[in-house]
Design a protein around this ligand. Structure first.
Ligand SMILES: [Zn+2]
Length: 99
């Protein structure tokens, strides 16, 4: 299982970055291609993101070592991260597929 390298906002704490990348990888979160702003994809199933998070911790993937094998810490942060994201790009309001 490999995670794509994504262009991310600078100076994001490592743990938060991991949560965001998992959400992006499972398409629960998307980024505006113009403004690089995170927003939720309402057609995605967050269960996929949580399943991936638990799987990465269970496999002791170095990528999630900041969570010290604590899958609950990761899923809690993932939940917060998804909930905190707007439903569309806060700059342009974009969020429809293909835009
Ligand atoms: Zn935008």
């Amino acid at each position: 299982m490999s995670l794509r390298v994504l262009r991310m906002p600078d100076r994001m704490p490592d743990r938060h970055r991991v949560a965001v990348e998992i959400a992006l990888q499972t398409r629960v979160l998307r980024t505006c291609p113009v403004h690089n702003q995170l927003f939720q994809d309402d057609q995605a199933d967050p269960a996929g993101a949580f399943a991936l998070a638990v799987e990465l911790v269970r496999r002791e993937t170095p990528y999630v070592e900041a969570f010290h094998k604590d899958s609950h810490a990761l899923t809690d942060l993932l939940s917060e991260t998804i909930a905190a994201a707007p439903e569309c790009c806060p700059v342009c309001g974009g969020g429809e597929r293909g835009t």
